[in-house]
Design a protein around this ligand. Structure first.
Ligand SMILES: O=P(O)(O)OC[C@H]1O[C@H](O)[C@H](O)[C@@H](O)[C@@H]1O
Length: 501
């Protein structure tokens, strides 16, 4: 069952992308939007004037403008948990008190970074950041994307509870010159606390004099960090109203700010703030996150596409797909609306992807000739991230643009169906001027607001994630009570792999 507004859009004539520029020659003017360092091109999607009008009406019916105001004003938009979602305040946008608090906490983070640089924590050459989910994916993406030449430290970001991850990360690290950042909003997450304890043991075994003195805690629960043994002067708090998967702008971004330098971190925040202002102040018909959400709703809600794919045609953005998987799937993978009633149709599609050109030689077959329609997003940068022969970057971009054209255009082959391409397959292209801190900040903030815009259009709350709890509860119960009371399959697995525990 689909909402009446989506049903009306579904009843509109469907465009054929193969001839869409003939029937609608002004598409490029209508469907390309440049916002700061980012250029969005939706002209190769099925958005037509009528489809857009339908979605603009849906946005109005759903109270888009009011809900957007509520987000920026610090209202408790996360209704199931009764709290605000104040990631924009970290960038200086939103409720004045929250902005002031975020600035003060950033000041504290900067002071600690200056102290570390001045040698207050001894010789520091390696940063071991321990966190999981939102406390790992953001910093990991930023450090990987921007580390270029400027990095002064080796950074390892460990999330998996599998000891192999930690063991590999510290191989080659000198325990006497390693700073440990324990990143956890709640400071209770089992994986993180176990990894943090093992990291401390590693320092103890190496004879480091004051192991806890090498720990920085990044958390919204400072009292828990104190209990665990971190001195208050080395705790960098952030606000409870900043969601885990929206937290890279807060002290969770510490390893990025330390490794890349404060100026780079500040530029990241400024780029995101510019996107906040664009999202908050632009009219719906020229609002990048909202238009992107229209394409998402068209493909998932109207055409029933179950996945969406994004390919970064830039090695610096290799981790973007996994970052966006959490942002999109954990936010909008829901079955009930804000009021608890069941949703009218599909919610978030499965986000997946990889890097171009590698993915072309691995998964693009399905995109071109498979039976499952998958909207594709290409992300590329005009400037290269390397100093090699410009032929590399040229080939990268040529491939990216060729794929979008091929998906749209297709190719007939009356003699041999196996060699025919149906075409009419949609893609969006996001072209960045360069992968700078500012552009990356804007890009990530664009995705955050797109997730929010999608949630508004579907009437769901994107800021809770109760779906991740049940598995954790069961794991805790197995740890506490042993293997009893489960189904035969689970009991057999526990018996075989854990024995008598
Ligand atoms: O930062 P923490 O409290 O350790 O939480 C880490 C992560 O675990 C949770 O299970 C959630 O799914 C994530 O949204 C969160 O980012």
């Amino acid at each position: 069952m689909t909402s009446p507004a989506l049903a009306a859009i579904a009843a509109l004539p469907k465009a054929d992308l193969k001839s869409i520029f003939d029937t609608d020659p002004d598409r490029l003017d209508k469907l390309v939007l440049t916002q700061g360092p980012l250029r969005f091109d939706w002209s190769k999607t099925h958005l037509t004037d009528d489809v857009l009008a339908g979605f603009l009406k849906l946005a109005e019916d759903q109270g888009f403008a009011q809900q957007r105001d509520a987000l920026f004003s610090g209202f408790a938009v996360n209704n199931t948990e009764g709290r605000a979602a104040e990631h924009p305040a970290e960038r200086g946008e939103g409720n004045a008190d929250s902005v002031a608090r975020a600035k003060m906490l950033h000041g504290r983070m900067r002071a600690l970074i200056d102290a570390i640089e001045a040698g207050a924590l001894g010789d520091v050459r390696h940063i071991l950041h321990i966190g999981i989910g939102g406390s790992a994916l953001g910093p990991k993406l930023i450090v990987d994307a921007l580390d270029g030449d400027g990095v002064r430290y080796d950074v390892a970001i460990v999330s998996n509870v599998d000891g192999t991850a930690l063991e590999r990360a510290i191989e080659g690290f000198d325990p006497h010159a390693t700073l440990i950042a324990v990143a956890s909003k709640t400071f209770t997450t089992t994986e993180t606390m176990l990894n943090a304890a093992s990291a401390i043991n590693w320092l103890v075994e190496a004879g480091v004099e004051d192991p806890y003195g090498k720990v920085i805690a990044l958390t919204a629960a400072p009292e828990k960090a104190i209990e665990w043994g971190v001195d208050e002067t080395r705790i960098l708090p952030f606000a409870e109203s900043v969601g885990g998967r929206y937290s890279l702008w807060s002290s969770i971004g510490f390893p990025a700010a330390l490794a890349l330098g404060w100026d780079a971190f500040e530029s990241l925040l400024e780029g995101a703030a510019a996107m906040d202002r664009h999202f908050r102040l632009s009219a719906p018909h020229e609002n990048a996150p909202l238009i992107a959400a229209f394409t998402d709703q068209y493909y998932t809600g109207v055409l029933g596409c179950q996945t969406r794919a994004l390919f970064a045609y830039d090695e610096r953005l290799a981790l973007l797909p996994s970052y966006l998987q959490q942002l999109e799937m954990e936010s909008n993978g829901k079955s009930v609306k804000r009021d608890g009633s069941p949703v009218d149709g599909p919610t978030a599609p499965i986000t997946w992807g990889g890097v171009g050109t590698d993915a072309q030689h691995a998964v693009f077959q399905l995109l071109h000739q498979g039976t499952i329609l998958t909207p594709v997003e290409f992300i590329a940068s005009v400037e290269p991230g390397n100093t090699l022969d410009p032929a590399h970057h040229r080939a990268l971009l040529v491939n990216c643009f060729a794929q979008g054209a091929a998906l749209m255009r297709g190719k007939e082959n009356a003699d041999d169906p196996a060699r025919a391409y149906p075409g009419n397959r949609p893609s969006t292209t996001i072209l960045m001027d360069d992968v700078t801190p500012e552009a990356l900040g804007a890009l990530i903030a664009f995705y955050e607001h797109r997730v929010f815009a999608n949630a508004v259009l579907m009437g769901i709350n994107p800021f809770d994630q109760f779906g991740v709890e049940l598995g954790k509860e069961i794991a805790k119960s197995i740890e506490a009570n042993g293997p009893s009371g489960f189904d035969p399959s689970t009991m057999a697995l526990i018996g075989l792999a854990l024995g008598g525990q």
